[in-house]
Design a protein around this ligand. Structure first.
Ligand SMILES: Nc1nc2c(ncn2[C@@H]2O[C@H](COP(=O)(O)OP(=O)(O)OP(=O)(O)O)[C@@H](O)[C@H]2O)c(=O)[nH]1
Ligand SMILES: [Mg+2]
Ligand SMILES: [Zn+2]
Length: 306
């Protein structure tokens, strides 16, 4: 599986299990399969490849470049698998239908904090919702997470989403049905055709439901950013964290930990806990603290099982 200087370079723009779609620097796209089972590139991976004479594919991926980071999530069998690599931002999309689950959103935020990448929040389908911003959302906004109100249907807020994406690679995550793909289609009219064409080509069979796609916001100017869509019900399961990583996922809890008597305080039942003090005097949201306790308990259960 050695890479020779003759190998070409490319970026993975779509992943379909054992096959990927790659894009070269000048924008040409090729379908590639993997050389050997160990190579498992995902969307956002920089790879090396060699062309291949074949009816099925255009080339073979020979290696994956070093990853800055990789977003993991559990697959259908509960096993962790990579979703996308080399991300700069996680964009959590939610709506009022299906209803937003603040705990789920906290878990995505925690995952972004753990990966040390930005996290932004998109409240989509605002064309059908005119109520005030929910309290939990205002709290997250106050913690510093940018919030944009969008409608893929009316086009409202799409400029804010575009601005959020500038300069890096972002991935849209969130519950199935909140409108992630619709937002991409609204931002980039025409791409829907392209994904349709891909699944119709026969080369990838019917595996497009488990695929992730990367799109440049501007093909001519990559500094405008890239956005990855990750479809499927599996997206409901946020990335797993180890229990000791949970406090880092809640920025206000991490900051308040300075006031704890014990340096290894988990802010659960310990005495003289700076976090519990701030919850009591209202400086930390009780909902966020409950969410923290719930995630700690969940990760404890999961690690006990594995
Ligand atoms: N009214 C309204 N409906 C929307 C909006 N965005 C998406 N929808 C609808 O919501 C449904 C789901 O949208 P999708 O874009 O497929 O959702 P998704 O998040 O990509 O879902 P998965 O791929 O399953 O994860 C579709 O019927 C869309 O037409 C919006 O802004 N307003
Ligand atoms: Mg989708
Ligand atoms: Zn504490």
């Amino acid at each position: 599986m050695s890479t020779s200087p003759a190998d070409l370079s490319g970026l993975v723009v779509a992943g379909f299990g054992r096959q990927v779609l790659i894009e070269t620097d000048n924008g040409d796209r090729f379908q590639c399969r993997m050389l050997g089972r160990k190579i498992r590139p995902v969307c956002g991976d920089r790879i090396t490849w060699i062309p291949l004479e074949s009816d099925q594919v255009d080339g073979t991926v020979t290696g994956i470049g070093e990853r800055d980071n990789v977003l993991m999530r559990p697959n259908r069998r509960g096993k962790e698998e990579p979703v996308a690599a080399n991300l700069d931002q996680l964009i959590v999309v939610f709506s009022h239908s299906p209803p937003a689950d603040p705990f789920l959103i906290d878990r995505y935020i925690a995952a972004a904090e753990h990966l040390q990448i930005n996290c932004a929040l998109i409240y989509n389908k605002t064309d059908t919702d005119t109520g005030p911003l929910p309290a939990w959302l205002r709290e997250l906004q106050d913690l510093g997470y940018p919030v944009a109100l969008t409608s893929a249907k009316s086009g409202a807020g799409l400029d804010s989403l575009r601005t959020m994406c500038a300069g890096g690679t972002s991935i849209l995550v969130g519950q199935s049905g909140v409108g992630k793909s619709s937002l991409l289609n609204a931002l980039l009219p025409g791409i829907h055709q392209e994904t349709g064409a891909l699944s119709d080509s026969g080369k990838f069979g019917r595996h497009t439901t488990s695929a992730s796609y990367l799109y440049y916001l501007d093909d001519q100017d990559h500094t405008a950013g890239a956005l990855i869509d990750s479809p499927g019900v599996r997206d409901f399961a946020p990335p797993p964290l180890k229990q000791e990583q949970v406090p880092n996922g809640y920025v206000e809890i991490l900051a308040a930990a300075e006031g704890c008597r014990f340096s290894n305080c988990r802010h659960e039942n310990e005495p003289d806990c700076g976090v519990k003090k701030r919850v009591a005097d209202g400086q930390i949201s009780a909902r966020r603290y409950e969410s923290y306790l719930q995630l700690m308990a969940l990760m404890r259960t999961l690690s006990a099982k594995s």
